[in-house]
Design a protein around this ligand. Sequence first.
Ligand SMILES: Nc1ncnc2c1ncn2[C@@H]1O[C@H](COP(=O)(O)OP(=O)(O)OP(=O)(O)O)[C@@H](O)[C@H]1O
Ligand SMILES: [Mg+2]
Length: 357
Amino acid sequence: MIEINHLNKTFTEKGSKVEAVRDVSLHIAKGQIYGIIGNSGAGKSTLVRCLNLLEIADSGDLRIGDQQLTFKNGRACQAGSGTPLSEKDQSRLRRSIGMIFQHFNLLDRSTVFENIAYPLRYTGMSRKEISERVDELLALVNLQDKRGAYPAQLSGGQKQRVAIARALANRPQILLSDEATSALDPDATESILNLLLNLNERLGLTIVLITHEMAVIKSIAERVAVMENGCVVEEGEVYDVFARPREEITRRFVASASALSRINKLLAEDSPMVRTKPGELLVKLTFTRESVGEAAISAISQKFGIAVNIVLASVEELRGVALGGLIAIFHGDAEQIQAALDYLIKDKVEVEVLRRG
Ligand SMILES: Nc1ncnc2c1ncn2[C@@H]1O[C@H](COP(=O)(O)OP(=O)(O)OP(=O)(O)O)[C@@H](O)[C@H]1O
Ligand SMILES: [Mg+2]
């Protein structure tokens, strides 16, 4: 559905250059919810703005559905012929992609109805057709009773629903969501994420979800790309990235959304909960879909005669698949502890030794 190949975008401001997007290549399948996470300034917004040509990339190739584009000399061109895209083609492409933002970008002086109807002007639809389509969209986002309300009369979550309805007015195949839940409280965030998941399932909508919050990725994305300084530094299935983050920045994002991250505070404080005596080991175990459900802890205490003191434990659910985490102190004979660790690793449990007593 979306293929980004070697995309670059540099801004020059007052003589200094910012490489906002550097050699980014990503493939996003049709019907996927694809997360892009990164800290402020990582280049996330610039990257997605290049997808709907709100920014024109400096170089690279882009395929959106059946449109193959290549960027050169600051222009979007047809791949192959190299002819610059006509205004008409550009607006056709833009119409096939909806976008929602952190601050909703609604017209304050227009009603909910008018906001949603806005992109339907000049499409050749009659007033009656527009009215029917808006009603359909209001039902889709569950806001039928707010048809005549003004944005100021709506909650943040309701405003974002209006923005989603407006973004979907022209039946786009793709929805770009740029920090759409960042200004919302946790309940409204959850309800908007559920709505996005629902739209993805019901309409087969491909969603590119930008965020700086791993919890957002965790709740609805299937794949994720981690951006840092304009580059994609890590990419994969959300489950795998959570179970086995490779880059330091990814580890930090994963920890931020994990119930086990409290361990860092306990370690920093040298809490009695994590103090190890000589011979003891403080270990973090991650049980993935390959290993979860195994009675690993009772197995190792029986087989190797070691005591396991649990410090922290969690079971998370990533799109219906469990991911377990356990931080525990192992106590016993050194050789037996090592044999237990080897046993766990063989059993596909991720093992990380946090502290040796
Ligand atoms: N129009 C512009 N002109 C000049 N520099 C820009 C422009 N847009 C973005 N940049 C710069 O490009 C870099 C990437 O910005 P971008 O907005 O893509 O980051 P982001 O990951 O979306 O950050 P945030 O999480 O804060 O939204 C930043 O250093 C930013 O200052
Ligand atoms: Mg941004």
